[in-house]
Ligand binder design. Structure first.
Ligand code: AMP
Ligand code: ZN
Length: 136
């Protein structure tokens, strides 16, 4: 993808604070971190989002996320981790090259990776169960 900033970062054409790199991925520090150590896993190939990501890379990315979370927890002595992955503008995605956020959490850090809980009604539960099961 010609004008994709994450393609350029993943390829090493734009410098980045790289924590890890292999043939499929580059892991960089986010420039607008939610907490100390907030990192992004970028595939080297361009896929806009999870819908487009091939199964093989989807499997690899969760393995890499686990490896990074273990290493970063040890290194940074954080107390927990959020693994976040946004798809589509409605979901808050701003860079349309698949990426996975690795957000170290520290006790009382108020990093704000959260949502307001609603209430699961019987009607909505039944509707969602029926609709989703029909598409699997
Ligand atoms: P999202 O909202 O899920 O698309 O996340 C995009 C993330 O990319 C944000 O957390 C940004 O801070 C981060 N970001 C954008 N441009 C860069 C860049 N050049 N280097 C590192 N992180 C970036
Ligand atoms: Zn890209």
């Amino acid at each position: 993808m010609e004008n994709c900033i994450f393609c350029k970062i993943a390829a090493g054409e734009i410098p980045s604070a790289t924590l890890y790199e292999d043939e499929d991925f580059r892991v960089i520090l986010d420039l607008g971190p939610a907490s100390k150590g907030h990192a992004l896993i970028l595939p080297k190939q361009h896929y806009a989002n999870l819908y487009e990501l091939p199964d093989e890379l989807a499997e690899k990315v969760i393995r890499l996320a686990k490896k990074m979370v273990i290493a970063m927890t040890k290194a940074l002595q954080c107390d927990g981790f959020n693994v976040v992955q946004n798809n589509g503008e409605a979901a808050g995605q701003t860079v349309f090259h698949f990426h996975m956020h690795l957000i170290p959490r520290y006790k009382d850090d108020h990093a704000g990776v959260t949502w307001t809980p609603g209430k699961l009604t019987d009607e909505v539960r039944d509707e969602v169960l029926a609709k989703v099961r029909a598409c699997l």
